[in-house]
Design a protein around this ligand. Structure first.
Ligand code: SF4
Length: 422
């Protein structure tokens, strides 16, 4: 089967080596802070860095960030994360970014117009040698798709195949694809379907960028990524990975590296609890997602000492929750934050977690902005979304139910909202 290779700057994706990447959570307009974070990520072993690129001002800032990095000899490829505006994508692709990430469906509600805008972008990417990622997330499919296939893995796969056909028809191959979800089962199924569709229909495999979106932080964030990304890597699916954590993005890199190492050594002997969690997710995730038995005891060691019964049980609970088999705590979907984030998401997530952890099985989304947050929180039961400076809007499912609450009151309103429904 032919494997397509995508080249972004000096990095090849799809050539056999798994490329580790991350995303800045700085304001892209803050060039100094963004440069510092790109440098920290590159020093930690990040091989590609994405930056939020909402508008033309951010495209110019991205150019400045690139110039400073290159002048200092740091050649990590930069990816412009463009969500809605095709003009911004065109500007970023025209010699500024090494790669541009888009969801063409967001370019226009009119599918024909969106396709025309994608064709225009493909030509600019060809002219400048810029790579592209087409990324669709669960929960952000348009009505045209969901009315036929629902908001399902199959819908995600069919939606991205429409855009992929446009690329192939226009002889554009410098491309990666992603179908992320915060639900590990949905995410794994979507990528598997896409892999098969590429094989069956096109006879070639485009490189896949794997990630579990809004995975949250701490042990559960690491476990969700290990289960989702690890299940696919184990099957030989995936070429570049991003472990998305609601923490300093530098923390994502060692976790991603641990996951890649599991492909060589999947024993449960780990140097740290963090590595043990990653190894457990890699070892058992796929089996559990497919309904395999959960009647096992975790073995192995951490830092040379056998894992204690209590720690093994605690980590197994986290594994079963990440594999969507047993919910013993509330489930958190939290965006990793980016230049659009309207509050300190790490401390808010900790506050929300403390106040709501007892609501076992309830899915709570903590999202940094109103622009993408509601679309990306997919199947959350409740959402805490940044509305504006110091203002939060609470959601029940997809419906905003309390708007513009002062941030200091928002957690107690969220708790009251959940309690009222119980
Ligand atoms: S929800 Fe908003 S703030 Fe959070 S990562 Fe997505 S775009 Fe950034």
């Amino acid at each position: 089967m032919e494997k397509v290779i995508c080249k972004a700057g000096n990095v090849s994706i799809g050539s056999g080596k798994i490329v580790v990447q991350s995303m800045c959570n700085t304001d892209t307009l803050d060039v100094a802070a963004s440069v510092a974070q790109c440098k920290a990520l590159a020093a930690a072993g990040c091989e590609m860095v994405r930056l939020t690129t909402q508008g033309l001002r951010q495209v110019r800032a991205l150019g400045e960030i690139r110039d400073v990095l290159r002048a200092e000899g740091i050649d990590v490829p930069l990816v412009a994360d463009v969500h809605f505006n095709s003009e911004v994508a065109l500007a970023a692709a025209a010699g500024i970014a090494d790669k541009v990430r888009i969801n063409p469906g967001n370019f226009s509600k009119d599918h024909e117009v969106a396709m025309a805008k994608l064709r225009e972008l493909l030509q600019v990417c060809k002219d400048y040698g810029t790579a592209l990622r087409i990324g669709l997330n669960h929960g952000s499919l348009g009505e045209r798709i969901t009315s036929v296939w629902g908001d399902t893995p199959l819908g995600m796969c069919n939606a991205i195949m429409e855009w992929l056909r446009v690329c192939v028809d226009n002889d554009f191959y410098n491309l990666t694809l992603s179908l992320k979800a915060s639900n590990t089962k949905v995410m794994v199924e979507a990528y598997e379907l896409l892999y098969k569709a590429m094989q069956d229909e096109l006879g070639m495999i485009f490189p896949l960028h794997l990630g579990v979106t809004e995975a949250g932080n701490g042990d559960s964030g690491r476990m969700k990524s290990a289960v989702g990304i690890g299940s696919l890597l184990k099957e030989g699916i995936g070429d570049t990975i991003r472990v998305s954590l609601t923490e300093d993005p530098v923390n994502e890199i060692p976790v991603a590296r641990m996951l890649v190492r599991c492909m060589e050594d999947d024993s449960l002997n780990a140097a740290s609890r963090e590595e043990y969690i990653v190894k457990v997710g890699y070892r058992y995730g796929k089996e559990l997602l497919e309904g395999g038995s959960d009647d096992f005891t975790l073995q192995g060691s951490i830092a040379g000492k056998p894992v204690s019964e209590a720690e093994a049980e605690d980590i197994k609970d986290i594994l079963l929750q990440a594999s969507r088999r047993r919910f013993t705590k509330a489930e958190y979907i939290a965006c990793p934050s980016c230049g659009r984030t309207l509050y300190d998401i790490e401390s808010v997530l900790a506050e929300v977690r403390k106040a709501t952890e007892r609501f076992a099985g309830v899915r709570i989304a903590v999202m940094g902005c109103i622009v993408n947050g509601p679309g990306e929180m997919a199947d959350a039961d409740y959402g805490y979304v940044g509305q504006g400076a110091g203002k939060i809007t609470l959601y029940k499912g997809r419906t905003p139910v309390e708007k513009d609450i002062p941030q200091q009151e928002a957690v107690s309103h969220l708790v009251a909202l959940i309690e009222k429904d119980r």
